[in-house]
Design a protein around this ligand. Structure first.
Ligand code: PGD
Length: 829
């Protein structure tokens, strides 16, 4: 049942502190001006329906203050972290005013950049801040060419089809010329590059065999590096957590679940799963051991392999060890994965004898040679021969965005485009000397630090060459690079090379604290928007009405970039003559047109908006009965896959032709740079994994009252096996130092048998809190795990991040006391 969530913290703290200091009228006054004449005004007393990454909710507003948040009645499992959405609006970490780093205000791009992170901030007017940015963008674009401006700005920002901060930024930047973008994601960077070579598709974006089909047919579900229960709490756009109803039914049916994960996850416990805990980063070896057993015992489906796949022979030769004299037996795999060979053989037998669904999580591919994991999983599923059968095969997104929930036939809701309809002539042209290869327009997102360090360097990427641009200005809106990127200390130094770093943010994140110019952005609660429900299911359209007027001097990203476009002489091109409400209505009307063609009734926009209720579309029978790859199985010729052979490519000629030493023509086990069987363990004997937290979304909401529920000794929790803790004299609740050659951080020890010996877990997303700001190598006082991680690409193929490939050491912390200070406003802020 949905119940009101009223964090005791809400009435307290910063909002009232803020109003006391400034007076409500002055706060609202400046904000109203900021949002422009066309913006709607939030009612002083109201119940407003709106949406967040954590679900749909109703907001109670009294006297212009957001007082209470209540999950939507139709939410199947309201998120326990919804109170954080309210708290984030009034959090002491809110950025209140446009701010400029003192050194930058004095010396501009020639400032002492080693002061980033350490310098004080100075409050400036919006006019001043916007003029500074526009002038600097024009200067860099004309002096060095538009590619010297990086607007890749990767990040999860907030849901909403209009105020997509990344899109707004790139729309404005398009007027300058071709600025540098990113390609790929930190999330699925390896799989999205490898799988189009294997099945012709990004499998994690495909509809999955539906849960009703799994309930009726699956005999074994293997949750492999996937914590369905935790990561389905959030959604890229909007969820009402439908999947949890199906989880319950699946559990009731009593289907066997196996969780393969170094951590006994929340899902393992919920589904009463058999827990198998291999050494981190050894899943490919484990899969190879299973595959070898299948082949050796003739349990593999030779007919399926012949009809639907290509290249099994080359792979079989590798399994047998024909070239390397190393058969990939269960015994071989057992040594690598730290498991029993008998268990690996049993898995092969059980998978072959039962209808088995392999559910691969994205964490698997966030490691060195991450391309291999999902490729090998599909190879294993091919050997089992159940792809396209009800309840069998593989699925790569059961862990996120309600994957597997039956779909509707609802319309797609369009949103603002990063490309204006009539951009006009670019304001600047690229400067390339004769004979010089022009820089690439986009770089693989996780290679940004390498790019900053090495302008002009050429790297391999998926059969192509990428030439790094000489980036002088970085603009981020809607992401937190000083959280999401690996090897913080290397990053800190690389960022000192750029002349200007600009950040639009709602919160004083570490990224904002390292920027030269910081602009305060509204949260979703302070602006009007619209969003679609269900990432894979198109199951509804939700009005996101403004709940309260923008706090302090926060402005919407859309308006910030409109103002910057105006300064570039392109305001009309940016707005296309539309107000915010015109855009929102136009998105809705386009969806309504599609819906009418599908005979799905939708109210008029005015009715929808004024009623302030969602529009939902019904699940279809096709959605309920959906079986992934059924068409391919039924007719492999007419429904051939979009690969060169039309089949599943266990051997890819295209990849083989690239000649990469770190990504061969078929799935291969390659030792990761750091792992429990590797060389680094002599000094750093613990493998660190950084799963996604159940209490926030990446770094979002880390600055809120929710932290009280999970922080240990005020730090990010670090799970450690009691045996590893005892060997180090560590007790539950101790402050520990986790360190390796790249960095060091404090954390709070949590002793648990739910983690494999030799492995520790610190969730990603903890805010970076340097003891000596601006100094590389300094201790992180809170627990940003990316001070420890390694920043190299998965391979030449995908060049994605390898956040889960890292070893470290841990000790009880006995050094000087350090208060955590990142969850406050910086001086003058
Ligand atoms: P978020 O914390 O979601 O992380 O990296 P990402 O940068 O997406 O950052 C979003 C930021 O946008 C927040 O700071 C938020 O305040 C801000 N924001 C929200 N709404 C708005 C808005 O309307 N306007 C503006 N201007 N800002 C807004 C996530 C990335 O981290 C991802 S996707 C993955 S999968 C990776 N995972 C790992 C991992 O597993 N392990 C490690 N060690 N590291 C990882 N990093 C990656």
């Amino acid at each position: 049942m949905a119940r009101p969530l009223t964090p005791s913290s809400v009435s307290r703290r910063s909002f009232l502190e803020g109003t006391a200091a400034l007076g409500v009228a002055s706060i609202f006054g400046s904000s109203i001006l900021a949002t422009g004449a066309k913006a709607q005004t939030a009612a002083a007393n109201a119940n407003v329906l709106s949406a967040s990454h954590w679900g749909l909710f109703r907001a109670k507003v009294e006297g212009g203050i957001f007082k209470e948040i209540k999950p939507f009645e139709g939410d199947k499992r309201p998120s326990k972290i919804l109170p954080g959405v309210l708290d984030a609006v009034y959090s002491p970490t809110r950025i209140k005013y446009p701010m400029v780093r003192a050194g930058y205000l004095k010396d501009g791009p020639k400032s002492d950049r080693s002061k980033r992170g350490a310098d004080e901030y100075v409050r400036v007017t919006w006019e001043k801040a916007l003029d500074l940015i526009a002038d600097e963008m024009k200067r860099v674009a004309t002096e060095y060419g538009p590619s010297s401006i990086f607007v890749g700005s990767y990040g999860w920002h907030s849901p909403g089809k209009l105020h997509n901060s990344v899109t707004c930024l790139q729309r404005m930047a398009s007027f300058l010329g071709e600025c540098t973008m990113h390609t790929g994601t930190y999330s699925s960077g390896a799989t999205r590059i490898i799988l189009p070579h294997v099945t012709g598709r990004m499998e994690h974006l495909q509809p999955q065999t539906s849960w009703p089909v799994l309930i009726a047919n699956t005999e074994i579900a293997v949750m492999w590096g996937a914590d369905l229960l935790v990561t389905n709490d959030i959604c890229d756009n909007l969820t009402t957590h439908e999947c949890y109803e199906w989880f319950e039914a699946f559990k009731k049916k009593g289907t066997k679940v196996i969780c393969i994960d170094p951590v006994r996850t929340a899902s393992a416990k919920y589904f009463n799963a058999e827990w198998i805990a291999p050494r981190p980063n050894t899943d490919v070896a484990l899969m190879l051991g299973i595959a070898h057993t299948l082949m050796a015992e003739k349990l593999h489906d030779a007919k399926f392999l012949e009809t639907y796949t290509t290249g099994f022979d080359q792979f079989a030769a590798y399994l047998k060890g024909e070239k390397d004299q190393t058969p990939k037996t269960a015994e071989w795999a057992a040594k690598i994965a730290g498991l029993d060979a008998a268990l690996i053989k049993r898995l092969a037998h059980d998978f072959a004898k039962n209808r088995t669904m392999l559910m691969g999580g994205l964490s698997l591919q966030r490691g060195h040679h991450g391309e291999q994991t999902h490729w090998m999983m599909i190879t294993l599923a091919s050997m089992l021969g159940q792809i396209g059968l009800p309840g069998g095969g593989f699925g790569m997104s059961y862990h996120v965005d309600d994957g597997g929930v039956p779909a509707t036939n609802g319309p797609a809701l369009p949103g603002l485009s990063s490309k204006p309809a009539t951009p006009g002539q670019p304001l600047a042209v690229e400067k390339t000397k004769a004979g010089q290869t022009p820089p690439s327009k986009a770089i693989p997102c996780a290679r940004i630090v390498d790019m900053l360090e090495n302008p002009g360097k050429t790297i391999d990427f998926n059969g192509q060459k990428v030439v790094y641009p000489d980036v002088r200005l970085v603009y981020w809106a809607g992401g937190n690079p000083f959280m999401h990127h690996q090897d913080r200390n290397r990053m800190l130094k690389a960022y000192q090379k750029i002349e200007t770093f600009i950040v639009n943010e709602c919160q004083w994140t570490a990224s904002a604290r390292h920027a030269d110019i910081v602009l305060p952005a509204t949260t979703t609660c302070e602006r009007d928007d619209i969003v679609d429900h269900g990432y894979y299911t198109n199951s509804g359209i939700i009005p996101m009405k403004k709940i309260v007027e923008p706090l302090y001097e926060a402005r919407d990203d859309y308006e910030i970039f409109r103002e910057l476009s105006k300064r570039l002489g392109r305001e009309k091109e940016y707005t296309e003559g539309k107000s915010q409400m015109d855009w929102i209505k136009s998105f809705y009307d386009q969806a309504a047109k599609q819906a009418a063609a599908k005979k799905l009734p939708m109210p008029s926009f005015d009715e929808f908006w004024n009623k302030n209720e969602p529009v939902f579309f019904p699940i279809t029978q096709e959605g309920r009965d959906f079986i992934a790859n059924k068409e391919f199985r039924d007719d492999p010729l007419l429904s051939a896959l979009p690969t060169p052979s039309g089949k599943i490519e266990i051997f890819s000629k295209n990849i083989d032709k690239m000649g990469y030493d770190d990504c061969k023509g078929h799935p291969t086990w390659m030792e990761p740079a750091e792992w429990l069987g590797g060389k680094t363990v002599d000094k750093y004997p613990l493998h660190v994994i950084s799963s996604h937290s159940s209490m926030r979304l990446h770094s979002q909401l880390c600055g809120t009252v929710l932290r009280k529920q999970y922080a240990v000794a005020e730090r990010e929790p670090c799970l450690i096996n009691p045996k590893d803790a005892a060997a180090r004299g560590i007790k539950a609740g101790d402050v520990v130092r986790v360190f390796n050659g790249r960095g060091q951080m404090l954390a709070g020890a949590v002793l648990t048998d739910d983690i494999r010996e030799g492995v520790v877990r610190v969730c990603e997303g903890g805010w970076y809190d340097p003891a000596e700001p601006g100094k590389a190598g300094t201790l992180c006082k809170y627990g940003d795990v990316n001070v420890l991680t390694l920043d190299i690409g998965t391979s030449k193929l995908a060049q994605s991040n390898i956040a889960h490939t890292v070893t470290a050491q841990m000790e009880k912390y006995t050094g000087p006391a350090h208060a955590v200070t990142v969850f406050t406003t910086p001086k003058n802020g």
